[in-house]
Structures are given as structure tokens and as C-alpha cells.
Design a binder for this molecule. Structure first.
Ligand SMILES: [Zn+2]
Length: 460
């Protein structure tokens, strides 16, 4: 039997739009179905004709719920894909909050374009709607980690934990006696709320992500900076603002705040989780105990709620959020978006950045051009919500929080293979990162390796 793989996205120097087509004599499946995000030429690719006729696909297999891996699915279904979407149970739970949210953003964008006439299309239509997102959820088929399933005739697949976010899996496929392994996004080792990436023993062809293929994360404990930030807020009787992604990072921060309180390293301040999506994600993280690491399981058995600092408050509604305007510090607000590109954190930043008692702690990657990056680089004033806001707050940064394996952690995972794959393709990284990882794999492991080309088709 012959089989081939075509890299339709998340290859050739891009980190978004992850999509790989696996074809054999008996079936065709898509590994991941991600949305292109970032600069306009990339985003326009979401609007082009689908790279594969959706009606001809037997199934989609999703590595995890992040939108750059799942966010094209509603469009695929809208354009005629009616087959099953295989993913883990916790990925499905996360998709239930993330895809409707993504659809909502698309609808808002179209609405904005129509009101402000910023488009040549009349009327501007959303890439997809909430109804399309619901269609995906109806087509989803949850499978357990380790359990074999058959996404198409002649193709057998299974997930093993990749440690990246809740539900994230490495996908291993067997096609006509050949083994294809797709890393999805690899997580880090020793993160308190996640299991470590599971080693995989064998692959003929391997796809490995390279987001941080040219970087080693700083060795410092991320909690040191968090401790300093909380202590400053308490001393100044001011607010600590933590812009954080709703899924993964917010739970990690809540977990660490609770641990630091328990250890007596920080005072117990009110902690406002000001994000409906983060609140829902935290419930999902708490529910899927099968994916927690041993320490977390032990905590829960002892009756501790691992994501609940003593004075946790949930701000579900806009009114809850606005009420914080009249609440005196000290206190902590965790809200999205993680790079201060939108969301409720903007309103808090606008109000509190001019106050020198305020502390802002950035706990994740800040992309070029975002407000997060500008603040991190020391901007003295910043535009937001129609005004120029002076920055007198203390800006702090912790680069040690990351959901992606760095170069050394990727190598550690690769060393888990019992023999070198016949061929390894580097995917999901900017050109520098992908090239650097290819060179490292070649020089340190001596494997046959290439950076996957955009649109390239290879035999399995
Ligand atoms: Zn991811």
C-alpha cells in the first residue's frame, strides 16, 4: 500500500494553520485543522478555497484544542466536511468553549467591517459562524489516550499525552505497516499542572514541532517573579494585573498563587479571575483528573482545590468586571488577553497603568507589535481604547512560563525513540527556529531530517 503526506499549513516557516493531509489507497485524513493567525497575508489563506476538498475527507484527527490547530474546522464543516473529528475528551471539552468564542470573534470582525466600511465586500461575511462551530462539536468523537481508533479504512491511530495543554496529544498512526508520528505541540517537563510529554518508541516518519527550536527557556523558577510581583502589590496597596491566556496559563498562575500562599511566601490577597473563558477552562482543568500529574492528584485527594487561592473571586459578567473599578487594592486581577491585544485586561490597564502603585506582570510570549511587547520593552505611554495612557506602573516580566518545549526538551523527547525514524520533518516553527532545530537534530542525533515545505508532498 502506498501512502503520502502533504503539509498544508504549519510548515515552511509558519507556526499557525497546522494541517497535514495523510492519504493512502483506502483513506484520507487531516491531522489538525488549524486557523492561520498573525500577519495579513497569512490570515488571507483562511479565505482561500480549502486546500483539500472537504467532502473527500474521511476524518480529522486533532492534536489539541488551540485555535492554530483547530480553528479552521468550522469552515471545513461549512464547506462540506461531514465526517468525524477525533480528539481526546478534554480537548473536546475545551473546544466547546473555544470554537464558539472563535466564531464570535469572526462575527464581530465582519460586523465591524460593515459598520466602518473597511472592506470592499458588501456585506462582509464572517469566516464562519456560531452555527458552524456547533456543527463541529456535533461531529466530534472523543477517544481515550492510548486507545486505538480507525479514522479511515486502513489507518489506525492513537493519542499519547504531549504535556502541552489539557487534552493535548502526540498522534501516532499506522498505515499499511508504516508508522507516522505527529508531535502536535510538545509541552515541558516538570510543569506542576501537566503530565510530562510521553515518550514514543517508534516512528518511520516523524513530524516534530519547532516553536522554540532555537531557544532554551531561562532556568529560573517562574514563581520567583510572581512572588516579587505579589509582594510589591501588597506593599504598595495597589493592584497586580496579570494578562494571561484563558486556557493553560491562567490555571498555572492560580495554581502557583495557591502554592505560594500555602508556603507563606506571599500574603493572601483577593484574586479576581476576570474572564468567563478562563473560569470555564479552570473547571475543565479541575475535572480531568486523569491528566493531572501525581502531585496535583495527591492535593485533590487531600481535599485541596488546586486552582483556588484562598480569596479567589470569579468575575463572570461585565458588571462583575466593572465593579472592580470601585474596589480598592491591594489585589490581583488575572484576565485576558495574554498579550493585551483585547479583552477585559485592557480596561484595567487603561485605568491602572497611570498609577505608580500598580504592578503588571507579563507571564507569556509577547508577539511583536502587541501592547504587551511595547510595555515589556519599556513604553512610557501606550494607545488603548481610543486614548493615550501614560505608563507609571511597574512592569515585570517572567519569561519562564511557557507551554512549549524548548530546544533541549524537544531533544529529550526525541531521545525517547528506540531507533531513529527513517525520516524526520520539522514543522510548526518560524524559519530561524525550524532551521536551528533541523541542524541540532542532524548534528546531535545524526538523524535524517528536513524542514517541511509549505504544500510539499512526501511519501510515507
Ligand atoms: Zn498549542
Amino acid at each position: 500500500m502506498s501512502a503520502s503526506l502533504t503539509f498544508l499549513g504549519g510548515a515552511g516557516g509558519t507556526v499557525t494553520g497546522s494541517k497535514h493531509l495523510l492519504e493512502s489507497d483506502t483513506g484520507r485524513i487531516l491531522l489538525d485543522c488549524g486557523l492561520f493567525q498573525g500577519l495579513k497575508p497569512l490570515r488571507l489563506r483562511n479565505w482561500a478555497a480549502p486546500p483539500v476538498d472537504p467532502k473527500t475527507l474521511d476524518a480529522v484527527v486533532l492534536s489539541h484544542a488551540h485555535i492554530d490547530h483547530s480553528g479552521y474546522l468550522p469552515r471545513l464543516c461549512r464547506d462540506g466536511f461531514t465526517g468525524p473529528v477525533y480528539c481526546t475528551a478534554s480537548t473536546l471539552d475545551l473546544l466547546r468553549i473555544m470554537l464558539p468564542d472563535a466564531a464570535h470573534l469572526q462575527e464581530e470582525e465582519a460586523d465591524f467591517a460593515n459598520r466602518h466600511r473597511t472592506t470592499k465586500h458588501d456585506p462582509a461575511l464572517p469566516l464562519y459562524t456560531g452555527a458552524d462551530a456547533e456543527r463541529v462539536l456535533a461531529q466530534a468523537r472523543p477517544v481515550e489516550f492510548g486507545a486505538a481508533f480507525t479514522p479511515a479504512r486502513g489507518i489506525e491511530a492513537r493519542f499519547t499525552p504531549s504535556g502541552h495543554i489539557l487534552g493535548a496529544g502526540v498522534v501516532a498512526c499506522r498505515v499499511g505497516g508504516r508508522r507516522l508520528v505527529f508531535s502536535g505541540d510538545l509541552g515541558r517537563y516538570g510543569v506542576p499542572i501537566m503530565v510530562d510529554p510521553d515518550p514514543v518508541a517508534e516512528a518511520d516518519v516523524l513530524l516534530v514541532e519547532s516553536t522554540y527550536g532555537n531557544r532554551v527557556h531561562p532556568p529560573d523558577d517562574p514563581r520567583e517573579r510572581l512572588t516579587a510581583a505579589v509582594q510589591r502589590a501588597a506593599a504598595q496597596k495597589g493592584w497586580l494585573l496579570i494578562p494571561a491566556f484563558a486556557v493553560g496559563r491562567s490555571q498555572e498562575i492560580l495554581h502557583d498563587l495557591r502554592e505560594l500562599e500555602t508556603a507563606g511566601a506571599i500574603p493572601s490577597l483577593p484574586v479576581y479571575l476576570d474572564s468567563p473563558m478562563a473560569i470555564q477552562a479552570t473547571v475543565i482543568y479541575g475535572t480531568h483528573r486523569e491528566e493531572h500529574d501525581a502531585a496535583l492528584t495527591a492535593l485533590q485527594k487531600g481535599g485541596t482545590r488546586p486552582f483556588a487561592p484562598q480569596r479567589l473571586r470569579l468575575s463572570r459578567t461585565v458588571e462583575d468586571s466593572k465593579r472592580l473599578n470601585d474596589t480598592a487594592g491591594p489585589g490581583i486581577i488575572v484576565a485576558g488577553s495574554g498579550m493585551a491585544t483585547g479583552g477585559r485586561i485592557l480596561h484595567h490597564l487603561k485605568r491602572l497603568l497611570p498609577d505608580p502603585r500598580t504592578t503588571v506582570l507579563f507571564v507569556g510570549y509577547q508577539a511583536a507589535g502587541t501592547r504587551g511587547r511595547l510595555l515589556k520593552e519599556g513604553a512610557r505611554e501606550i494607545k488603548m481604547l481610543g486614548t493615550v495612557v501614560p505608563v507609571r506602573a511597574q512592569i515585570m516580566v517572567s519569561d519562564a512560563y511557557s507551554a512549549h518545549a524548548d530546544r533541549d526538551e524537544i531533544l529529550r523527547w526525541l531521545r525517547g525513540f528506540k531507533r531513529p525514524p527513517t525520516m524526520t520533518y520539522v514543522v510548526h516553527g518560524e524559519p530561524d527556529a525550524a532551521d536551528a532545530l533541523r541542524d541540532t537534530i542532524e548534528s546531535r542525533l545524526g538523524w535524517r531530517v528536513a524542514v517541511a515545505g509549505d504544500g510539499q508532498r512526501v511519501d510515507l
